[in-house]
Design a protein around this ligand. Structure first.
Ligand code: HEC
Ligand code: HEC
Ligand code: HEC
Ligand code: HEC
Ligand code: HEC
Ligand code: HEC
Ligand code: HEC
Ligand code: HEC
Ligand code: HEC
Ligand code: HEC
Length: 477
């Protein structure tokens, strides 16, 4: 086979040099499109202009709670009289809801939109980057002198240890309680039974689940002996009106009370002749209770007045000569004194510190001061962590012997799960902290007319300029 000779010159001769002068469908289309497209764009802009829809100028959809008025740019973008810009002002946001200030002592107040980013699609408005917080917390200063809190918090990975675990802080509670003794195997339970206590025999969230196994019969609500109520009574099966209610009611543990958690094993008996206990209440109420009980007893047992009276062997009390005949009042006073002596010295003081004061024959109970919120500067939810055992976080509890121990988890425990990794629980500052001081929230009455709010902006100018801005300014002042 002869080889075809293929030189550059022969190849060049194949190309027709005047090709661009001939009409060609591709070139014709290029011309048509270069005229038609700008015309179409201009037409579209004109239509958009006439229709009043501003969405094409937007950077992207606004967040979910704002989506219903996302086309009304002027609800957030307020016309600037000096330039053509339509900046987002705090006043615009405050027309619908408050964003109360963080701390009265802060040196400046960042704008709402510097933290709550918009046009990022249907994202969570409250999910923000740490820099929103670290702009101040990387080196905290206040208008009022030295900050009361750790000055430098850069990220959760470098987060300071929680305050109650620093500087040898002691639990301020005064109820004598030894976790180690009560968590032992084969603890002597009610009626001589041997039991093994579990954490949730004494610690449950505010909304009580079921009944308290060692509580007084029928006691459900957590009512402290000093009268404070921790949570309203709830049915045996908890039923929550909303997820938000569930979230708040199951977040923290209710304080353990005598009535719910100690009652069955530590009865407040006062006299072998009576099976009942004194009420768990103030010494004055107990005194009145005892007088009532003895008065009633002696009315139905008049012979008691002539009985040989043998008080318990108390060295400092001289034993009166026997037999005696007493008046009812004398008898009641003596019986009460004896019972109270036992109660104050032994029964109550097993758990309480008691103080006596001149001028009062009855002692006073030192306030119990059981801490309900240990970490008030943050939010925590036991319910969100129910997948791990109590001891994973409260690791020293089984060996804790003193009330003054603070058996809270260190920040290092939290950092094992909460970290800036794809495979970790969230670690942004706002996962655990609120920013706004919601106790200062002001409620503004609505100012928009419904059709007006749903209608897309014809212009950036606020549709309700007359009163909206001025009323807000008035409320803010
Ligand atoms: C819920 C309030 C809200 C609505 C409604 C809204 N925006 Fe925005 N927009 C913002 C925020 C917040 C920013 C960020 C401003 C900043 O960084 O200071 C922004 C920024 C912008 C920017 C970037 C320029 C700039 O000023 O930073 C454009 C462009 C924009 N918006 C257009 C629109 C258009 C067009 C509409 C109506 C279709 C609209 N926006 C509706 C809140 C809103
Ligand atoms: C026209 C009224 C209106 C305006 C203007 C408005 N918002 Fe809202 N915003 C709402 C409504 C309604 C909700 C949802 C109801 C609620 O949670 O209070 C909401 C919710 C929010 C939330 C909670 C979001 C969530 O995920 O729970 C944030 C944060 C917020 N707005 C910030 C802003 C900021 C910042 C601005 C100004 C750029 C702004 N809003 C302007 C009406 C408005
Ligand atoms: C330094 C960042 C920052 C600034 C500035 C800021 N916020 Fe917030 N905002 C947050 C964080 C964090 C949350 C979620 C935690 C909370 O409720 O404090 C939040 C929550 C909200 C909520 C939602 C409340 C809910 O129902 O869940 C609204 C509404 C809100 N902010 C409005 C505003 C307004 C209005 C402004 C401006 C006056 C503003 N924010 C300024 C950080 C900020
Ligand atoms: C404008 C500056 C500023 C910004 C932004 C800021 N903080 Fe603060 N923060 C302060 C000041 C000031 C204090 C109070 C310091 C004091 O009283 O000693 C404080 C106190 C705190 C405290 C402890 C006090 C308490 O109980 O509330 C926490 C927690 C906190 N901030 C979290 C945050 C979070 C989370 C963010 C971001 C969403 C944030 N801060 C953004 C200035 C700021
Ligand atoms: C018999 C009831 C009882 C049982 C069972 C019990 N606790 Fe307690 N717990 C208390 C009382 C009472 C207090 C308050 C007095 C105190 O601070 O020691 C308390 C306090 C606490 C505190 C608050 C911080 C502290 O150190 O005071 C934590 C945390 C705690 N208990 C965890 C647990 C865990 C975890 C278990 C299970 C391993 C458990 N408790 C079992 C009665 C009990
Ligand atoms: C299941 C029964 C049971 C419950 C419930 C119970 N205790 Fe006890 N408690 C005991 C027994 C048994 C002892 C004696 C243990 C020993 O000495 O080994 C004891 C001992 C004590 C002591 C003396 C501890 C010591 O250091 O030796 C105190 C104080 C005490 N309990 C307080 C409480 C308080 C407060 C509650 C409720 C929050 C409570 N107990 C609930 C069974 C119980
Ligand atoms: C087994 C332990 C125990 C015994 C025994 C005990 N208490 Fe208590 N007491 C508690 C606990 C736990 C609290 C805190 C929670 C509550 O209010 O029930 C408390 C709280 C109180 C309070 C409220 C004080 C405050 O500031 O919260 C009074 C009053 C009180 N007890 C009186 C008495 C009297 C009087 C006696 C003796 C008759 C007694 N208690 C015996 C465990 C005990
Ligand atoms: C996983 C939960 C969590 C995250 C994430 C978190 N914190 Fe905290 N933070 C806490 C807890 C818990 C405390 C202790 C609160 C207390 O003592 O009342 C605390 C305390 C603080 C305090 C007070 C410090 C002091 O003096 O005791 C500041 C300020 C603070 N955090 C800022 C931040 C900032 C800024 C971020 C984001 C970079 C952040 N935190 C992220 C849980 C968290
Ligand atoms: C993921 C860690 C974690 C786990 C798991 C955990 N706790 Fe806690 N617990 C905490 C933190 C953090 C606090 C401090 C919360 C506060 O008061 O601000 C706390 C506080 C407590 C308190 C004091 C009262 C209160 O709510 O503040 C008790 C009691 C308690 N925990 C018992 C338990 C019991 C019982 C379990 C198991 C059912 C358990 N905890 C599981 C972290 C944990
Ligand atoms: C076993 C891993 C683990 C540990 C340890 C842990 N967390 Fe969490 N935490 C989680 C998970 C998972 C969630 C749920 C995340 C979500 O809802 O997106 C969560 C949620 C939270 C929330 C939000 C709860 C809510 O209802 O919104 C807070 C606040 C929090 N953790 C604080 C802490 C603190 C403070 C500690 C340390 C005392 C801690 N966590 C320890 C895994 C953990």
């Amino acid at each position: 086979m002869p080889r075809r000779s293929r030189t550059a010159k022969k190849l060049a001769q194949r190309i027709e040099l005047s090709y661009f002068e001939r009409p060609h469908p591709l070139r014709r289309w290029r011309f048509i499109l270069s005229v038609a497209l700008p015309v179409a764009a201009l037409l579209w802009l004109a239509v958009v202009r006439v229709s009043g829809n501003r969405t094409p100028y937007s950077m992207g959809p606004v967040s979910k709670p704002h989506a219903f008025f996302g086309g009304k740019c002027s609800a957030c973008h307020v016309a600037d009289t000096v330039s053509f810009r339509h900046p987002v002002t705090d006043q615009a946001c405050l027309a619908c809801h408050d964003g109360p200030v963080h701390q009265a002592s802060q040196t400046f107040t960042p704008s709402c939109s510097s933290c709550h980013a918009e046009h990022l699609g249907r994202t969570q408005l409250v999910a923000m980057r740490d820099v929103s917080c670290t702009q101040c917390h990387a080196s905290l200063s206040t208008r009022t002198g030295a900050p009361r809190f750790v000055r430098t918090v850069l990220s959760f990975a470098e987060h300071p240890e929680f305050a109650p675990l620093r500087d040898d802080f002691k639990d301020p509670g005064t109820i004598k309680f030894n976790h180690s003794v009560h968590l032992q195997q084969n603890l002597l339970g009610p009626g001589g039974r041997r039991v093994r206590l579990a954490c949730n025999d004494c610690h449950r969230p505010g909304a009580a689940w079921g009944s308290w196994p060692y509580g007084a019969p029928g006691v459900q609500a957590v009512t402290l002996a000093n009268g404070a109520q921790f949570a309203p009574p709830s049915a045996a099966t908890p039923h929550f009106a909303s997820a938000a209610q569930k979230r708040s009611e199951l977040a923290y543990m209710a304080p353990p009370t005598y009535a719910n958690t100690c009652f069955a094993c530590h009865a407040l008996e006062f006299d072998a002749r009576f099976s009942q206990s004194v009420p768990h209440d103030t010494p004055a109420k107990i005194d009145a209770f005892l007088r009532g009980v003895y008065q009633e007893y002696v009315s139905s047992h008049p012979s008691a007045l002539r009985e040989t009276f043998l008080p318990p062997r108390l060295p400092e009390k001289p034993v009166p000569p026997t037999p005696r005949v007493l008046t009812q009042d004398q008898w009641v006073a003596e019986q009460t004194a004896t019972a109270e002596n036992l109660l104050w010295r032994k029964t109550c003081s097993e758990c309480h510190a008691l103080t006596s004061s001149a001028g009062n024959s009855l002692p006073a109970i030192v306030p119990s001061r059981i801490t309900i919120r240990w970490l008030p500067s943050s939010f925590f939810s036991h319910d969100a962590h129910r997948m791990v055992t109590c001891e994973s976080c409260h690791s020293r509890i089984a060996s804790s012997q003193l009330t003054s121990d603070v058996n809270l988890p260190s920040v290092r425990t939290c950092q094992q799960c909460h970290a800036q990794r794809a495979s970790a629980a969230p670690a942004g500052c706002s996962e655990c902290h609120t920013y706004h001081d919601w106790s200062q929230e002001r409620i503004y009455p609505g100012k928009f007319l419904l059709p007006d709010l749903l209608k897309s902006s014809r212009d950036f100018a606020p549709a309700v300029p007359s009163n909206a801005a001025s009323t807000v300014a008035a409320v803010v002042r």
